[in-house]
Design a protein around this ligand. Structure first.
Ligand SMILES: [Zn+2]
Length: 326
């Protein structure tokens, strides 16, 4: 999708994120990346930025402590355009406040150890978010950083047991935006259309998503202004099927996958189907970003989002943000 010679090229794709967890599991690829850098070894042109994910979610969920020096060496030789500190400890909503503070303390130790230039500090949406903000602000070197990454939004938006009410999560994101007005904020793990709207409305500078690929692998496609739909039932994955009216609309989709293979490409099996759906999904998200940015620029978002977005569970959140924050 980043290769301008590929029929699946997406010219609007300006950045990709790769995870250290993947390289950790593939030593020979890791070695190659360390020899010639991420751009060259993955064949990604320099105009497409590479963000490195430290793999915290993967490592945390398996209780793996990674060697920080190894990560530092990898991140230095791989030369990504953006790299977070080696490890952060992600609090889950079901943790009590003391366990969440323990995650904060462990994460801040790593943030402090990487105060020197180049590594982006990570903070988490949690019950102790304001302590994170104070800890960053009161440290001269951390406060001077140009970027901050904000994690742990996913479990809160997925409504895990004991997740904060949605509005708390939104207020937390706003608190971070207001506290660090001069910084580029990256929000980890924002998957679908509605969360993309929320991130843009709340002034996030960048987000990442693996949702477009995961959905493609499960036979699901993304539609403009709406949630995902099942184009083809694969394995045991089930979801809301694409309606007749939606299939009709998809006839005019101008993503590279649909232009090349039509709607039957979205229903294809195997790698061919995955490729068409993943391209279609990412193209749809990139178009959605353009749609949002243009309306925010023209100040027409408030008038137009109501007709553009369907009534998903997130719609009331977007109403809340539009009515209170912008
Ligand atoms: Zn398409």
């Amino acid at each position: 999708m980043w290769d301008s010679n590929s029929p699946y090229h997406l010219p609007k794709l300006r950045a990709v994120m790769v995870s250290y967890a993947d390289f950790h599991q593939l030593p020979s690829v890791k070695r190659r990346v360390m020899e010639s850098g991420l751009h060259k070894s993955l064949g990604i042109p320099n105009r497409v930025k590479i963000y490195l994910d430290n793999g915290a979610f993967y490592f945390s969920s398996r209780a793996i402590i990674i060697n920080h020096q190894e990560y530092e060496e990898f991140a230095t030789l791989a030369q990504p355009d953006w790299k977070p500190v080696p490890q952060d400890f992600i609090p889950t909503p079901k943790m009590g406040i003391s366990a969440q503070r323990h995650c904060l303390n462990r994460t801040m130790l790593v943030n402090h150890a990487y105060e020197h230039d180049g590594f982006v500090p990570v903070i988490h949406i949690s019950k102790v978010l304001s302590e994170y903000i104070t800890a960053i602000k009161t440290n001269t070197r951390l406060a001077a950083k140009a970027d901050i990454a904000l994690g742990a939004i996913v479990p809160h938006l997925l409504r895990m047991p004991k997740a904060q009410p949605y509005q708390h999560t939104l207020n937390s994101i706003r608190e971070v935006r207001r506290s660090f007005e001069d910084k580029e904020l990256h929000l980890f793990g924002v998957g679908g259309t509605a969360t993309l709207h929320l991130a843009a409305l709340m002034g996030m500078d960048s987000v990442d998503s693996s949702g477009y690929r995961n959905r493609a692998a499960r036979g699901m496609i993304q539609l403009p202004g709406s949630g995902e739909r099942t184009a083809i039932e694969l394995g045991s994955w089930r979801g809301r099927a694409v309606s007749t009216a939606e299939w009709k609309k998809l006839r005019t989709c101008s993503c590279p996958g649909c232009l090349l293979n039509g709607r039957k490409g979205l229903r294809a099996l195997g790698v061919q189907g995955f490729r068409n759906r993943a391209t279609h999904n990412l193209w749809t998200l990139l178009e959605e970003v353009d749609w949002i940015k243009k309306r925010l620029r023209d100040k027409t978002y408030k008038d137009e989002y109501v007709n553009h977005l369907d009534n998903s569970i997130y719609r009331q959140l977007i109403d809340h943000v539009v009515n209170n924050f912008i």
